[in-house]
Design a protein around this ligand. Structure first.
Ligand SMILES: Nc1ncnc2c1ncn2[C@@H]1O[C@H](COP(=O)(O)OP(=O)(O)OP(=O)(O)O)[C@@H](O)[C@H]1O
Ligand SMILES: [Mg+2]
Length: 134
């Protein structure tokens, strides 16, 4: 996989979440994503950014335009140095929340992506990487 363009941003506030949504949308447009696919990756980005702010205590996102065997896509890596997730399988379940949310953010982001991976452990922070291919 080749990284064509890479952009790193801070994820600390609600304003940052809005800016990340816009940056991901712009990247998706540049890569020729359909409107439906733009919305999928933007929605997934939004959920992961909100989690980074709300549970991770803030962090950063890397927005990459990538290419693999001629296919282009967007890869997003959200990282924080927050408390981490003790039980990832449980956190991935629809409806599981520790913050009074709907518990649909992580599971939704996985459904909206083509590739999804999460690394997290108590005291070690959280990293979520998703890719959506055109
Ligand atoms: N970056 C993170 N750091 C620590 N815990 C996290 C992080 N992201 C998610 N979690 C944990 O995983 C749970 C599930 O996250 P998810 O996004 O699916 O639901 P939610 O944020 O609680 O609600 P919703 O996103 O639907 O408003 C959270 O309630 C939280 O306990
Ligand atoms: Mg959430």
């Amino acid at each position: 996989m080749t990284v064509l363009l890479s952009d790193q941003r801070t994820v600390q506030s609600a304003e940052d979440v809005v800016a990340i949504r816009q940056a991901v949308r712009q990247r998706a447009v540049e890569l020729g994503f359909s409107l439906v696919d733009q919305t999928k990756i933007v929605t997934a980005a939004s959920e992961l950014a909100r989690n980074t702010v709300q549970y991770g205590g803030g962090g950063r996102v890397t927005i990459d335009a990538v290419e693999n065997f001629g296919r282009r896509g967007i890869r997003l890596t959200f990282e924080d140095d927050g408390p981490g997730i003790p039980n990832i399988e449980l956190a991935m379940k629809d409806g599981y929340t520790t913050g009074g949310g709907l518990g649909l953010g992580l599971s939704g982001a996985r459904r909206l992506s083509n590739d999804f991976s999460i690394q997290s452990a108590p005291g070690k922070g959280t990293r979520v990487t998703i890719t959506r291919w055109r």
